[in-house]
Design a binder for this molecule. Structure first.
Ligand code: NDP
Ligand code: 2IT
Length: 449
């Protein structure tokens, strides 16, 4: 890359920092993408003339709103709601809603920025957006969750639409929350507009496989990375962080493919079960009873619960971070590599710090970054939209095959893109370059938007 070009990209990044002060996660996500775009601008100078990088770093629209609600005792609470509509060149804004106390604009913007590129990789007609709230669903009753969701949607509905903006779940937002959100949307608009939300229940417009899709898809991606290396998932010892939606179905697919999952976690601690995690128990504890992972050890005396433990210290061959951003730092990455880890598939969004990413790339292990490896969730959301548009519902097998095909294609196209730019095996570069090219090629013909 020429020095002038490097300086140009540096200047754009400095401007992003200046225009978005205090939004560290957003800066991190932008930097990781920008760092890989030099060769793309050499090949496509028109993207620089058209200021595509500057444009994709500025969301098309950012909505911030008050969400007042009452708890079961009648006390009033005020939360903040967000929807950042990043880019709609390829399709309506699409991306999940996160309810977690750590949510602020910088988190939603990093997620929206990642989503834009991830969605482009799926090959489906979806743009990028993300939303959520600093509301903490932990310890709340079903009625409190319902009142919060109703209040949240009472503002958000005016910004949504099946052709405009289509949210789904993310951390803290699953089937229960989506039900309350969809119910309120339908009530306010007097429209049964199935395609306005995805991740819906099977009885009211949802798609089979959507619940499993992110986890299954991440494992399909790891399977493909290992295939290139003439290796497989079968027989491998695995560690999966988190114990929510993505973690559960990552573990399920790993087990189906003959791997052994020996550890998972939540934000309080880790469970290590050398015999292999009992997934039925995890599903009951987390999906039905909404309990903590520590309860697992009371059912299995040979399992160990370590409060505040570091899951990346548990030796494994395959690591699948499936909880949250920046959960693997440089030291954790070194520990994983030293302990014989050969593949990392990111179910979570941006779970590895830049130092950690460098360790994985330098060690040349199979490293699948989130925007490629976890794209199966949103891809299946797009399949749900497709079914809603045609008022159809597909079988589990048919939908799962489509998901598998999409993940296999994301793998091969990101691999080939990296190879074409002389960076064989670097899926970070491959995913960033390919998705940026796709977004840019959709933006240019639409004029200055
Ligand atoms: P869930 O809410 O179902 O589960 C989240 C899990 O991660 C829980 O075990 C939770 O522990 C843990 N966790 C969440 N936040 C933190 C935190 N700040 N520190 C430590 N642990 C944390 O969410 P999902 O499984 O849906 O999402 C997990 C990750 O996957 C996120 O990064 C999300 O953006 C990403 N993702 C999700 C997709 C989806 O379709 N749902 C699609 C693609 C990516 P605890 O219960 O203690 O909070
Ligand atoms: O990060 C993600 O891709 C998601 N939370 C899923 C988004 C979606 O619209 O299905």
């Amino acid at each position: 890359m020429t020095v002038v070009l490097e300086e140009k990209i540096e200047a754009i990044f400095r401007q992003v920092i200046a225009r978005n002060p205090g939004e560290e996660e957003f800066h991190q996500a932008v930097k990781e993408v920008l760092e890989t775009l030099g060769p793309v601008l050499v090949k496509y100078p028109e993207f620089a003339h058209q200021k595509i990088i500057e444009r994709v770093c500025e969301p098309e629209r950012q909505i911030i709103f008050r969400v007042p609600w009452q708890d079961d005792k009648g006390e009033v609470h005020i939360n903040r709601g967000f929807r950042v509509e990043f880019n709609s060149a390829i399709g309506p804004y699409k991306g999940g809603l996160r309810f977690h106390p750590s949510v602020y604009l910088g988190i939603i913007k990093f997620l929206g920025f990642e989503q834009l590129f991830k969605n482009a990789l799926t090959g489906m007609p979806i743009g990028g957006g993300k939303g959520g709230s600093d509301f903490d669903p932990k310890g709340k009753s079903d009625n409190e969750i319902m009142r919060f969701c109703q209040s949240f949607m009472t503002e958000l509905y005016r910004h949504l639409g099946e052709h405009t903006d289509v949210p789904a779940g993310d951390v803290g937002v699953g089937g229960r929350e989506l039900g309350f959100l969809f119910g309120q949307y339908k009530r306010i608009t007097n429209r049964y507009e199935s395609g306005v939300l995805t991740g819906k229940g099977i009885g009211w417009g949802g798609s089979l496989v959507r619940k499993e899709a992110t986890g299954y898809g991440a494992v399909y991606f790891v399977r493909e990375m290992l295939k290139v290396r003439k290796n497989s998932v079968e027989g491998k010892t695995c560690v999966v962080s988190g114990s929510g939606n993505v973690a559960i179905y990552t573990m399920e697919k790993l087990q189906q493919l003959g791997a052994k999952v020996v550890a998972c976690s939540d934000s309080n601690g880790i469970i290590v079960h050398e015999k292999g995690i009992d997934l039925d128990l995890i599903k009951r504890l987390k999906e039905v009873e909404r309990r903590r992972i520590s309860d697992y050890a009371t059912h299995h005396k040979d399992a160990k619960y370590i409060a505040g433990g570091n899951i990346w210290e548990v030796p494994c061959q395959i690591a699948m971070p499936s909880a949250t951003q920046n959960e693997i730092n440089g030291k954790d990455a070194m520990t994983l590599v030293k302990n014989g880890c050969i593949a990392v598939g990111e179910g979570a969004n941006m779970p590895t710090t830049p130092e950690g990413v460098k360790v994985f790339l330098d060690a040349k292990i199979a490293y699948g970054p989130g925007k490629a490896a976890n794209a199966g969730g949103v891809a299946t959301s797009a399949l749900e939209m497709q079914q809603n548009a045609s008022r159809d519902s597909w079988t589990f097998e048919y939908t799962d095959k489509k998901l598998d095909d999409i993940m296999t294609r994301i793998h091969s196209t990101t691999y080939e893109t990296a190879e074409a730019f002389g960076l064989e095996g670097n899926y970070v570069a491959g995913a960033n370059m390919l998705s940026f090219i796709k977004v840019a090629q959709a933006m240019v013909p639409l004029g200055l938007i």
